[in-house]
Design a binder for this molecule. Structure first.
Ligand SMILES: *[C@@H]1O[C@H](CO)[C@@H](O)[C@H](O)[C@H]1NC(C)=O
Ligand SMILES: *[C@@H]1O[C@H](CO)[C@@H](O)[C@H](O)[C@H]1NC(C)=O
Ligand SMILES: *[C@@H]1O[C@H](CO)[C@@H](O)[C@H](O)[C@H]1NC(C)=O
Ligand SMILES: *[C@@H]1O[C@H](CO)[C@@H](O)[C@H](O)[C@H]1NC(C)=O
Ligand SMILES: *[C@@H]1O[C@H](CO)[C@@H](O)[C@H](O)[C@H]1NC(C)=O
Ligand SMILES: *[C@@H]1O[C@H](CO)[C@@H](O)[C@H](O)[C@H]1NC(C)=O
Ligand SMILES: *[C@@H]1O[C@H](CO)[C@@H](O)[C@H](O)[C@H]1NC(C)=O
Ligand SMILES: CC(=O)N[C@H]1CO[C@H](CO)[C@@H](O)[C@@H]1O
Length: 557
């Protein structure tokens, strides 16, 4: 980071501190020994065993929400884990008595002070941890950020700083609840693909060996900032975009590790396994990888054509599903790494390139940058726009096939098709595609948008664009309908619905059989494919992927 940029950031941080200090000084301090706190603590310890998705909270934002609004926003979005790049006292105060767990950070510019004095480390812990815990559920201290690659001159201070902070936690008897570690750039690992041949840059061995031994001894995670985006950008032509975005791949496109014959369907898993292999090379096998940053920018200049909302949406949606699926990695299916998405808000104050200001899931006013597709993954980010998905008919499907699906939806599918009857608000345009879209969406919403309820034998697709038009409001839309019905009109419509139902029924009886049979066939076919995939091993490996400096723009807060 350039000096001037750093200075700007520093000044802004100071300003924020002052701002929050004066305005939120009056937040009442809370009683330490309440039952609620005990309860929350217990719950948090149980929940911490499950893999989770958290978010990074960078504050280079011109109009950041106030700490209390921020915390309400996190709660509404069901965000339960955050990482701060500092130990912002007002945010920590506002998090009190919530179930939100937080990793706080020692900025790189404080390493010198903390690494060279046990007293400074102890007072840092007193001021930033003991003062808030357990009302605020601090779960970890990230000491510096990408120190070994961005400020190598501070490398000798890293372990002393970590150890002093740990000692201070021990003195307060908080070392079992709060873990100390340090986030690394992916570039400390060389030869990421195939993962089985990865190793830590040997120039760093003298730091990595004692660090890993510390992590192992204290049950702390190896923190890694892993960006398939940069791997893709620097290895275009070698790493397929789909592979970076967790999209399903044809077997020929999967990366196969020639030494282990493990199949890698996505770059992130390969990067995580590379970390496990690198640790094993240093004889450390009991340290878990925690992904402290991962994400995809939604906007970039002409040099970053893949920084689009669509790709960012795909990456982050698939990332969330991948973590919550708990399927681990090919090498360690039993361990699913938790991931902190980089990042919650677009940080408009970050300097160019444009992508630097475009990693957020939300704009700073808390409106979503794009609509994630994570329904079916529990409640995480549920009140984002994730519920505003619609099911519509695909383009380019012949009308006969669509009609069959439409008949099924309005008949046995029990979709509410009253609005697509003649004279009703969604009747126009009067074509099978429009009517099918309405019926599909009705069915999809009625089924709670579960996985598979928007398929209709492959002729339906999920969209985040509200298909409502004119006065026609789709079932999934939150728009308020403008129409006012008279009694006679609604009677007419239910009569019409009945007519349609009867009309459909005779088609259905013959077609239903076909529908289920074909669904069954598809299922059988899929099962056979899965079996084949598991037993075959002869896929051609992708050529070796050299992991250069993968994280090009680390934060240095
Ligand atoms: C800090 O304390 C540890 C033991 O807790 C000790 O080994 C180390 O020498 C101390 N460092 C300094 C700089 O005082
Ligand atoms: C390994 O680390 C050293 C020291 O930080 C650095 O100079 C070198 O470029 C790194 N090697 C690679 C291949 O990244
Ligand atoms: C790891 O263990 C092997 C076998 O015990 C040993 O030869 C090697 O030196 C060890 N490596 C490190 C970094 O401790
Ligand atoms: C069907 O949809 C219409 C219009 O949205 C609504 O008035 C009606 O109550 C719905 N019918 C059922 C059975 O849900
Ligand atoms: C989103 O949809 C799910 C399932 O339909 C529902 O349980 C949940 O309450 C909805 N969330 C919001 C915020 O509407
Ligand atoms: C409802 O009416 C308002 C004002 O007439 C219009 O702006 C809005 O688009 C209408 N909504 C729908 C769903 O038609
Ligand atoms: C209701 O029906 C009457 C006559 O059948 C028609 O004139 C009127 O436009 C209808 N209203 C709506 C909202 O469709
Ligand atoms: C971003 C967003 O849609 N927020 C909404 C979440 O849900 C609450 C209450 O249901 C609304 O008030 C927010 O506007």
């Amino acid at each position: 980071m350039a000096n001037s940029e750093f200075t700007t950031y520093f000044i802004i941080t100071i300003l924020f501190f002052f701002f929050f200090f004066f305005f939120f000084f009056t937040v009442p301090s809370t009683a330490k020994s309440s039952n609620l706190v005990q309860e929350i603590k217990q719950q948090s310890q149980e929940q911490d065993k499950e893999p989770f998705v958290g978010v990074n909270l960078g504050t280079d934002v011109s109009d950041l929400l106030s700490p209390t609004d921020l915390v309400s926003f996190l709660q509404v979005q069901k965000i339960s884990h955050i990482r701060l790049y500092d130990a912002n006292p007002d945010i920590l105060k506002a998090l009190a008595k919530t179930k939100i767990r937080v990793i706080i950070s020692v900025p790189n510019n404080q390493l010198l002070a903390i690494g060279s004095s046990n007293t400074t480390a102890a007072s840092w812990v007193g001021r930033n941890v003991v003062a808030y815990y357990p009302e605020t559920l601090i779960t970890g201290i990230a000491v510096g950020d990408e120190v070994l690659t961005t400020v190598p001159s501070s490398a000798p201070l890293l372990l002393p700083a970590i150890q002093s902070l740990y000692s201070a936690l021990v003195a307060s008897n908080l070392h079992t609840q709060i873990k100390v570690s340090t986030p690394h750039a992916a570039s400390i690992i060389l030869d990421t693909f195939p993962p089985s041949q990865s190793y830590f840059n040997q120039s760093l061995t003298s730091v990595m060996v004692p660090l890993l031994q510390f992590l192992s001894r204290t049950g702390s995670p190896l923190m890694m900032n892993l960006y398939p985006y940069y791997v893709f950008m620097e290895n275009k032509g070698v790493v397929p975009l789909d592979n970076s975005l967790f999209k399903p791949l044809t077997p020929s496109k999967e990366m196969v590790d020639p030494n282990t014959l493990l199949h890698y369907t996505n770059v992130l898993d390969a990067m995580i396994d590379a970390a496990y292999v690198s640790m094993k090379n240093l004889n450390v096998t009991d340290v878990v990888v925690l992904v402290t940053e991962s994400g995809w920018p939604s906007k970039g200049d002409s040099k970053e054509p893949y920084a689009t909302k669509d790709n960012a949406d795909t990456y982050n949606s698939n990332l969330i599903k991948h973590v919550l699926d708990r399927s681990g990695t090919p090498l360690h299916p039993e361990i699913t790494s938790s991931v902190y998405i980089y990042e919650l808000f677009n940080e408009d104050l970050r300097s160019p390139p444009i992508s630097e200001a475009s990693w957020g899931l939300f704009y700073s006013n808390s409106t979503p940058v794009y609509l994630l597709h994570v329904s079916g993954s529990g409640t995480f980010l549920a009140n984002d726009t994730t519920n505003q998905t619609f099911c519509i008919a695909m383009d380019g499907v012949d009308s006969k096939t669509l009609q069959t699906a439409l008949d099924w939806a309005c008949g046995p599918g029990r979709a509410n098709c009253s609005e697509i009857q003649p004279g009703e608000t969604c009747y126009q345009p009067n074509n099978v595609k429009n009517h099918a879209s309405y019926a599909f969406d009705s069915y999809y919403q009625k089924e709670g948008k579960t996985f598979g309820s928007c398929d209709f034998k492959g002729v339906a697709m999920i969209t985040t664009t509200d298909p409502s038009h004119g006065s026609c409001v789709f079932p999934g839309s939150k728009m308020v309908s403008n129409k006012t019905r008279t009694v006679s009109n609604s009677t007419e419509s239910s009569a019409a619905a009945e007519r349609l139902y009867l009309q459909c029924l005779h088609n259905i009886i013959t077609r239903l059989d076909l529908f289920y049979k074909s669904a069954y066939d598809q299922l059988t076919e899929a099962k056979i494919q899965i079996r084949n995939r598991q037993t075959s091993s002869g896929y051609k490996p992708t050529t070796g992927l050299k992991s250069e400096h993968l994280n090009m723009n680390p934060r240095e807060d």
